[in-house]
Design a protein around this ligand. Structure first.
Ligand SMILES: NC(=O)C1=CN([C@@H]2O[C@H](COP(=O)(O)OP(=O)(O)OC[C@H]3O[C@@H](n4cnc5c(N)ncnc54)[C@H](OP(=O)(O)O)[C@@H]3O)[C@@H](O)[C@H]2O)C=CC1
Ligand SMILES: N[C@@H](CC=O)C(=O)O
Ligand code: NA
Length: 370
């Protein structure tokens, strides 16, 4: 007997979304792509047959697919209704960083539509949304997978969930949680050798490489790391009310802090950032005088219910100082593992590795729905 078809809606075709589509095109037993959206355009397989499916691969190939319905941006409720009416189980992959779409996850889940996403916003916003998401999933018998919200494709959330589910006691989680900030400090202040790179030039490079959030200030102000720690803390059992409920050290010059988060605001920020290179150079030099390097780290002390995010200096021969490229390193201290933590390390940003986490989650959801 062949498995009944599963229907897929994908929103977002940026760095991660494009890499995801190309992985989707190669997946055996891939669900039928029936909706594909970017900020101002939506492609739909025509109803009531939900056929022909949209060809995966990339946006241009998809948009050239025959007999598709094409429209502008659709409200989340309409996307949910469209997917819920498909003649089989449905999955939404959210490859945006849109908080408004994330706030609608409960609407999708209550209708039985499973969610797969690298978008951190829904899981790190107010605790009430977190609770609503998982209660709605239970109500709609739908699944929620979001591995790439922390450490991109690295098995961070699955590891933590396994530790908790098997009865281990997680006491502390610490490390480098930002691919962008890892790349910036590894390049700007390497542990071996020296670098003349200007901070602003390395920020521009990280943006170009697709490591940053759509607005790079979300990385530089520490909020991206704070969101990841909020997600990990919640999975470890702490009721963190929101990512701004603990102190976060920002690397954004105060003079640039109030620029708007529009495309113009981002461009203005990037243009004026070189004026403040001396500030980061001074932080680097101060660490250098002590024979150390500076890195941006985070930690969760589960027993003390304490979350910290900010700059710290490290000996040059330490594991954190020696990270390369966009690598994350995440150490789980638990009762079972004792003094030697379970460590997950590897690339923590970039389209391909993030999409890998999304595709792997999709495979798990498809297997569980069949
Ligand atoms: N880049 C990385 O290394 C990692 C990213 N992530 C997360 O992955 C997500 C995507 O990141 P990335 O691909 O880099 O971001 P991009 O800015 O490259 O892409 C965002 C995409 O979302 C679309 N979009 C935004 N808002 C909406 C909306 N309301 N409705 C429909 N489409 C919308 C954009 O449309 P348009 O094409 O029209 O602009 C674009 O296609 C983010 O949540 C990010 O935090 C997680 C881990 C690592
Ligand atoms: N901007 C983020 C992307 C992954 O979450 C980062 O740099 O870590
Ligand atoms: Na991950």
């Amino acid at each position: 007997m062949s498995a009944s078809p599963i229907y897929l809606g994908v929103v977002g075709v940026g760095g991660v979304g494009t890499a995801f589509l190309s992985q989707l095109a190669r997946l055996p037993n891939a669900p039928k792509l029936v909706l594909l959206a970017r900020s101002s355009q939506t492609l739909l397989a025509p109803t009531p047959a939900y056929s022909p499916a949209i060809p995966a691969a990339d946006w241009a190939t998809a948009a050239a697919g025959p007999s598709l319905t094409k429209t502008g941006a659709l409200p989340a409720e309409e996307i949910a209704s469209y997917l819920a009416s498909a003649p089989g189980r449905a999955i939404l992959v959210d490859n945006t960083s849109d908080i408004n779409l994330a706030r609608q996850y409960p609407t999708f889940l209550k209708k039985g539509i499973s969610i797969v996403t690298p978008n951190k916003k829904g899981f790190s916003d107010d605790l009430s949304l977190w609770k609503d998401i998982f209660a709605s999933a239970a109500e709609g018998k739908a699944l929620v997978y979001h591995e790439s919200t922390v450490g991109a494709g690295l098995p961070v959330l699955s590891t933590l969930k396994d530790l908790v589910a098997t009865g281990d006691e997680v006491t502390r989680i610490e490390g480098v949680f930002s691919g962008t900030l890892s790349f910036l400090f590894n390049t700007f202040a390497p542990a071996s050798g020296s670098s003349d790179a200007k901070w602003s030039a390395v920020v521009a490079q990280a943006k170009e490489l697709g490591y940053t959030e759509p607005d790079p200030r979300d990385d530089l102000n520490g909020m991206d790391v704070a969101r990841k720690l909020t997600i990990l803390a919640r999975l470890a059992g702490l009721e963190v009310s929101s990512p701004d409920s603990f102190p976060i050290e920002s690397l954004i010059p105060s003079e640039l802090a109030s620029l708007p988060s529009s495309a113009d605001g981002i461009a203005e920020f990037m243009k004026r950032l070189p004026d403040f290179d001396a500030q980061m150079a001074s932080i680097k030099d101060t660490a250098e005088k002590e024979g150390k390097v500076v890195r941006y780290v985070g930690s969760i002390d589960v027993a003390a219910k304490n979350v910290k995010v900010g700059l710290q200096t490290f000996e040059k021969d330490s594991a954190i100082a020696g990270l390369k490229g966009s690598d994350n390193i995440i150490s789980f201290y638990t009762k079972r593992y004792g003094a030697n933590p379970l460590i997950v390390q590897g690339a923590g940003a970039g389209g391909d590795v993030t999409a890998m986490g999304v595709s792997a989650d999709l495979i798990k959801v498809v297997q569980r729905l069949q």
